[in-house]
Write a protein that binds this ligand. Sequence first.
Ligand code: GLY
Length: 343
Amino acid sequence: MTKFTINGSAGISEIMVGESFKNFREYLPGGQTVIITDENVNKIYSRFFNDFPTIIIGSGEKIKTLATVNNIYSQLMKLLADRSTFIVGIGGGIVCDVAGFVASTYLRGIRFGFVPTTLLAQVDASVGGKNGVNYKGFKNIIGTFNQPEFVICDTEVLHSLPGIELSNGFAEIVKHTLIADDTMFSYLENSFEKALNLDNEVISKLVAHSIRIKSGIVNRDEKESGERRLLNFGHTFGHAIEKISGISHGQAVSLGMVIAARLSQNLGYLSFEETERIKNLLLHLKLPVKGDFNHEKLIKAILKDKKRTAERIALILLTKIGEAKVEDILIDELRKMLTPTKD
Ligand code: GLY
C-alpha cells in the first residue's frame, strides 16, 4: 500500500492506494456511520456495506444539485444523524462531490471519508478537498474546501468499470503528467496497453503517481490561489465542451487538453512534436482529440466559466510536456484563437 497525506486547513487527509475496499470499516471512528452511494455502485458492492444505513442517489452530472443535497439532509435528519455521525461516500466523482459537500455543511460539518470506485474518482475527484454542486448552469459553483479523513483507492474495483469510465480517468492521469512530470508521460506512452488492460503493477503505479502529483500541489496551495490552478489544465475548454455536447467528462477534458496544447503551440511555448505526442497518447488511451462542435456555442459556454474576470480568462498553458503556467488571455484574443482551422 502507498500512502499520501494532505495537510488541509481543516484537517488531515490520508489517501491509501492499494488498500482494500473491504477494509474501510477499520478507518471508521465508531458511532453511527452513514453511507452515501449511487444506484450502480449499490448494486455491485452493497454486500460490503449493507449493515450501515445507506442513502442512495441517482447518477449523472444532472443530479449534482442542491435538490439532491436537500434530499440527503432530510434523510440524515430521519436517521437522527448528529455531530458524531461519520459519512462515507462510496462511488464515482459525483458521489464524492455531493457527499463531501453534505458532510461539510450538515450541522456545520461532520467527519467523512471516501471509497472512490472509478478511476476518475481515485485520481482526481476524491483527492483535494474541493466538493460541491452545480447551480443555474454553472459547474461546481457552490461548495467548500474540506478534506476527507481517508480515501481508499482499491484498484481491484476498476475491473468492474466500462471502458468509457476508464478513459475518463486516464484523461486526468494524462493531465497530471502534462502539468508536472514528463517521465510519467513517457512511462504512459510506453505502457498504455498494459494500463488499458488494468495490469496491476502499471495501474497501481499510475494511480499512485497521479495522487502524488495532485496531493503535492494541494499541500502547497489548498485554496487554489496559485499553483493549484494548474490542475485546471484542459478544463475550461473541457467543461464548456461537456456542457454543449453532453459527452463524458474525460472525453471533454481530452478535447480541452488538445485545444489548450494547440494554443500553447500557437503562442510559441510548445513544439509541434510535443502537441502530436499528446494527441497520440490520448488516442492510444481511446480518448478523442477532435470534436465536431459549434465554436460560437463553445465560446458562450466558456464565458460562463467561473474562472473568468470581465475581459480576460485565466488559461493553463503548457511550456513543455511536464510543465505548465497560468496566463491571462483577453477574451477577444481567445475568440480569434478558437476560430476553426482545417486540420
Ligand atoms: N475533490 C476534488 C478536488 O479537490 O480537486
